[in-house]
Design a protein around this ligand. Sequence first.
Ligand SMILES: Nc1ncnc2c1ncn2[C@@H]1O[C@H](COP(=O)(O)OP(=O)(O)OP(=O)(O)O)[C@@H](O)[C@H]1O
Length: 333
Amino acid sequence: MFSRDIGIDLGTANVLIHVKGKGIVLDEPSVVAMDRNTGKVLEVGTAAHRMVGRTPGNIEAIRPLKDGVIADFDVTEAMLKHFINKINVRGFLSKPKMLICCPTNVTKVEQKAIKEAAEKSGGKKIYLEEEPKVAAIGAGMEIFQPSGNMVVDIGGGTTDVAVLSMGNIVTSESIKMAGDKFDAEILQYIKKEYKLLIGERTAEELKRNVATVFKDSRHEQMDIRGRDMVNGLPRTITVHSKELQKALEESIALIIQAAKTVLEHTPPELSADIIDRGVIITGGGALIHGIDHLLAEELKVPVFMSEEPLNCVAKGTGIMLENIDKIDRKMIG
Ligand SMILES: Nc1ncnc2c1ncn2[C@@H]1O[C@H](COP(=O)(O)OP(=O)(O)OP(=O)(O)O)[C@@H](O)[C@H]1O
């Protein structure tokens, strides 16, 4: 019977669901709003994200996946179930196969629990897969050939760097430095430099609209508002690209170092392929201005931005599911 298989990118920042034949049907932030007193889930996803930094004392908007690991498993499970139910899996003609991409550092116990949660939500057979591999496939790389492909996947919580050949990871590194840490660095910078407290959302806006990581390549400015740390009153300041480039320098250096380490551990034949084919960057964090130029300069290989960095993993799950019977895979699940 015709079945719509489902791919899920269970990310630190966003959850995306890809349904066979339909494409990406759900794309919502990984946020859950809970009542502190009763522990009851009030809102999930987009509705909960609107509440971040704006909740009264008894309500808490939390990110159950943080820094690339599952910080609160019960809430992650509730969120996963909520999203799967939202796309009405039970209304499908037959139970779908599900391929879930979760953070690189989840434990065996958590993997088992994720599979169980997906099964309870209507999945027939559940597969778990490593994020950089699926991101590479979603970015259009032919990773099943006997040649070297390198991907740098900068998400919200983690950056995964991997060299793949013949369908598997040859060398890789995973560091807890990615898009969300850039926000934290910006927030700290504003605090230190201007004695002004700003919210997470304002920091993210600055990252998207003003920041760059490549020297002298962007010249934007933005007025932002926050609370003065000295007198407690609201205050407006103007922030420029140049200062944010400085503020992000140390964080970006860690990503570059991870990429260099992976290249150093790559067998020479595969290194030669990477010089020819270049490195592909994926993930929402890769949208930070100038990262492609900086990586190309530091790694001395061509660097290409994937077409839709935020959607690569979800798109990759779709491609993998189509070939799941053919692929000789060493899947976690
Ligand atoms: N235009 C943009 N410029 C800079 N950063 C952006 C932009 N758009 C999204 N981001 C950042 O991308 C990050 C989220 O990326 P993504 O959805 O790929 O992460 P994730 O898959 O949920 O995380 P992980 O892979 O760590 O589990 C966030 O930190 C977000 O601020």
